[in-house]
Design a protein. Sequence first.
Length: 320
Amino acid sequence: MTETLGSTGEFGLIEAVTKPLAASADVLVGPGDDAAVVAVPDGRMVITTDLLVEGRHFRQDWSSAYDVGRKAAAQNLADVAAMGARPTSLVIGFGGPAELAVSWVQELYQGLADECELVGAAIVGGDTVQSEKIVIAVTAFGSLEGRSAVLRSGARPGDEVAVAGRLGWAEAGYTVLTRGFRSPRTVVDAHRRPQPPYAEGPRAAIAGASSMCDVSDGLLSDLGHLAVASQVVIDVHTSALVVPEPLQAVAAATGVDAMSFVLTGGEDHALVGTFEPADVPEGWTVIGSVAEGNEDRPAGTVTVDGAPYAAATGHAHFRS
């Protein structure tokens, strides 16, 4: 007989998912008490949170519970890295229907834990509740290790725009899945489990990044956040952007412009930042430039090869 949330109950579920969890050096008190205790050596902590709703952010017929866990952790850990911080811990809020198998939740938490292991972070607590749909709320914490946080508001005219990580892969995977296919496997896997370049966040901060964010909603959309916060103009140079073969194959098969995957596709959680030309870290790719605003291109604008981008620039919540 399959154990379900209804037959196991809240405390049985909590024990089932927290017993296998590993701690880390940052965690002084982990799951089991009313709250966790996490070390904050320099007195500051980076905090971010995300919410995933079944049917909106993931589908069980597209992704396994383990995949969902990896993705849920990744999008939060990437936000911490985008501040130039090192992720230390996560707390998880989980809601699900009573008939959901306990094994599904255990696989979810294994995915969360395995993604945390990539950066040395740990799951330190959370909450569970019954709900009609599966809902996962993840809050991540990070340490700046004595550095200043890298904000969106620091880009300066004369800076170069550079990116670390993949662009467009998850969107190509989503395009394939929405058409009922499961290949190319590489892009479908990219949609299921992003691969953020976590270590590049602190590296960029140490190198002197003036601004940074992760690419969750699309390159142009997220660069728009930097442009508005910094009150500058950002121009993206398509000649510097490479469209990998799997993305070209999906574009050819679906009638989509391959470059649009790279420019507007989200959920790969690459890191994009601005640097003085001499400060761009090795391994980052320069893809654009920062300039002052003027009458033709007001501050807060993002252009592509010097001109406005005609199509939607990326995902926007609540946009119909």
